[in-house]
Design a binder for this molecule. Structure first.
Ligand code: HEC
Length: 115
């Protein structure tokens, strides 16, 4: 039952990742670049990335902090992209309106891509 539900959530997130234009900036397939993300240096969701540490600026040009890509940080990044900005990236991620349900599904999908 749980497996069924989880698979549904991942599938829903996959659809949202397209519908909300995330794919235009975040590459999820080694072979298919995401042109809009290149200039901004948007993080790729390829390889092993879930649970790994990255450095972020807390606020644009703010103090540097280490964070782990987990569900909480993922959801915050989608809801409030300007709160923590990945070091070395341009703060160019649009605050795309999503519901909590949608953010959960997006997190489940993106997590499922990490190898
Ligand atoms: C216009 C390009 C663009 C779009 C569209 C976009 N992003 Fe981003 N995203 C970025 C950039 C650039 C960063 C790095 C700067 C920052 O942290 O804000 C980022 C950062 C992130 C991070 C933090 C990643 C990390 O490795 O620390 C997550 C999670 C994320 N985006 C998810 C999403 C999701 C989900 C969507 C769709 C709802 C989306 N993004 C749409 C450009 C984009």
């Amino acid at each position: 039952m749980w497996i069924q539900t989880h698979a549904d959530e991942v599938e829903k997130g996959k659809v949202l990742f397209q519908a909300k234009a995330c794919f235009t900036c975040h590459q999820v397939d080694q072979k298919i670049p995401s042109p809009a993300g290149l200039a901004l240096n948007a993080p790729k969701f390829v390889g092993k990335f879930w649970g790994t540490e990255r450095e972020v600026n807390v606020g644009i040009g703010g103090p540097v902090k280490k964070v782990k890509l987990d569900e909480a940080y993922f959801m915050e990044s989608v809801e409030k992209p300007m709160d923590k900005i990945v070091k070395g990236s341009i703060p160019g991620m649009a605050p795309l309106p999503t519901t909590l349900e949608e953010r959960k599904a997006l997190a489940a999908y993106v997590k499922s891509l990490s190898r």
